[in-house]
Design a protein around this ligand. Structure first.
Ligand code: 0X9
Ligand code: ZN
Length: 496
């Protein structure tokens, strides 16, 4: 997986959340990097490790967490590996110690380190209080344990203007993704008149940000088990990114409640996924979505449940590559733009539902890093590159939005609520057709669609191959230009 799943792993996790007193420990658990040549080798490795954390399409390195006896067994079996971390608990302890000693953050130090659920909720309130004309708090509902799932609307445009959604923390332990989502909110919420790019975006479109979709899981990862991934369902948890009602459970998801990719008893069985679904359905003005995860440095686009090309492949691949290019321009960090299924086929994720049912240009971005525990020095660059991606996608929505009324003019009617980013976007049949026959749709959602349903072999690398062509298709604002005003303001705030 970015974090994939050994079926044997999660008993420790289940036990952990039932016994809230002592946090789960990972003493002697190691992080190993193993070179994999093919799917057969990957399957063999799965049986030898506790949990695979990163996977890449085709040949390449796989990072896995192993228990002490598994490390010894790998050595005995002559498996060649690189020991990346000998004791994961040491990293967890150091992080906990650092966070315990941290001073209460101020406005200028808020992004200097990771923040817990309460701090994030308070920061959302603070952002709204600081710019009430532009920023408002929205409640999507409550988690299983009753915590609010909260977000922001950031816009100067009339309600119902074309909109983009940025979300994070579907998976609890992916703290860098939480912070990057907050950075996106901060970039939009704190823009002043000198920030022409964001000011223009906000004049015409709505920005919605939901940084913590899985509040209970996030709290568990702070208090009980640093590597908790799922929600808090009955001590074992449901993987919220396998719980969406599009090709639910067909592949890459487990029916074992103790598996890390447990899909739940039914689609939308969980209040957290249902809350985000209801939020999206109630806002037909949404055109595009990024769900932030970590880690593997990837821009993933539909489909994730199958290697078939989506009807809007041309648009999705162009946008994915534009975001990848913007990220490279921001920090010289390479995020490969690929189909989600190329990482590994997995169904029931929010991106496939967002695109397949709602017609959104829906992406999953897997952030940088080689562990879920990363030094806080990673927050700045992760923010820079992901804010660049977020602005890139927003610019695409902006290009299709009606011009805002002139200063002092009437606001006019809200734009018509059509679905999706592409002009005639709409629901896509799970089988690739709109008539239930399983045939490719005659009437695909995207104006620039390629034929749907063409099966591709795994690891075909289309994202890379097609990427260059996108640049000429749609001009892209240079990422460094987009980041300049923010960087200037940040320096001002920090007094440097
Ligand atoms: O497996 C996931 O849910 C995501 N990776 S993670 O390591 N953060 O868990 C990737 C989801 C990609 N989208 C689809 N497969 N549809
Ligand atoms: Zn994730």
């Amino acid at each position: 997986m970015a974090d994939v799943i050994a079926p044997s792993a999660p008993l420790a996790f289940a036990f952990a959340s039932l016994t809230a007193a002592a946090p789960v420990r990972y003493d002697g658990h190691a992080l190993v990097r193993v070179w994999i040549d093919d799917a057969r080798e990957l399957a063999a490795l799965r049986g030898r490790v506790d949990e695979i954390w990163t996977e890449h399409p085709g040949r390449g390195f796989v990072d896995a967490r192993v228990r002490p006896h598994q490390l010894a067994a790998l050595r005995d079996a002559g498996v060649a590996f690189e020991l990346r971390a000998a004791d994961l608990q040491a990293g967890i302890d150091a992080e906990r110690e650092r966070l315990r000693g941290a001073a209460t953050p101020t406005a200028s130090t808020w992004f200097d380190d990771f923040r817990d659920y309460d701090a994030i909720m308070a920061q959302l309130e603070a952002m709204a209080a600081a710019a009430p004309h532009r920023v408002s708090v929205v409640d999507l509902g409550a988690s299983l344990e009753g915590r609010p799932i909260r977000g922001l609307r950031i816009s100067d445009a009339p309600p119902g203007a074309p909109a983009v959604l940025y979300s994070g923390t579907m998976h609890a332990r992916e703290w860098l993704a939480t912070m990057a989502t907050m950075c996106v909110a901060d970039r939009f919420a704190t823009a002043d008149d000198t920030d022409a790019v964001v000011t223009d975006l906000l004049s015409a479109i709505e920005i919605w940000v939901v940084p913590v979709i899985n509040p209970d899981g996030y709290v568990i990862s702070w208090t009980e088990d640093r590597y908790w991934r799922k929600n808090a369902r009955d001590g074992y948890g449901v993987d919220l990114n396998r719980n969406w009602d599009y090709q639910w459970a067909v592949v890459g998801a487990s029916d074992d409640p103790y598996a890390e990719d447990y899909h739940g008893p039914a689609p939308f069985s969980e209040p957290e996924s249902s809350a985000l679904r209801d939020f999206i359905v109630a806002r037909p003005q949404l055109r595009a979505h990024i769900d932030f995860h970590s880690f593997s440095q990837l821009v993933l686009r539909p489909w994730g449940y199958d290697y078939a090309l989506p009807p809007d492949e041309a648009t999705l691949s162009m946008l994915g590559q534009q975001m990848s290019d913007a990220m490279w321009d921001a920090t010289a960090t390479d995020y490969a733009s690929i189909h989600a299924a190329e990482l590994y086929p997995a169904a029931g994720a929010v991106d496939d539902w967002g695109y397949g049912v709602q017609g959104l240009m829906a992406f999953t971005i897997e952030l940088r890093g080689d562990d879920f525990v990363v030094p806080p020095s990673q927050i700045g660059p992760a923010c820079d590159e992901n804010v660049a991606a977020a602005l890139q996608l927003a610019a695409w929505v902006r290009q299709r939005a009606p011009e805002p009324p002139p200063e002092g003019g009437t606001t006019g009617d809200a734009p018509p609520p059509d679905h999706g980013g592409s002009e005639d976007g709409g629901p896509v049949d799970p089988d690739g057709g709109s008539d239930g026959t399983g045939e490719p749709s005659d009437d695909p959602p995207g104006a620039d669609a390629t034929p749907g349903g063409a099966a591709l072999p795994p690891g075909f690398g289309l994202g890379h191959a097609q990427g260059g062509g996108c640049r000429s298709a749609e001009p892209r604002a240079p990422a460094w230009l987009l980041l300049v005003p923010w960087w200037l303001r940040r320096r001002r705030r920090q007094g440097t």
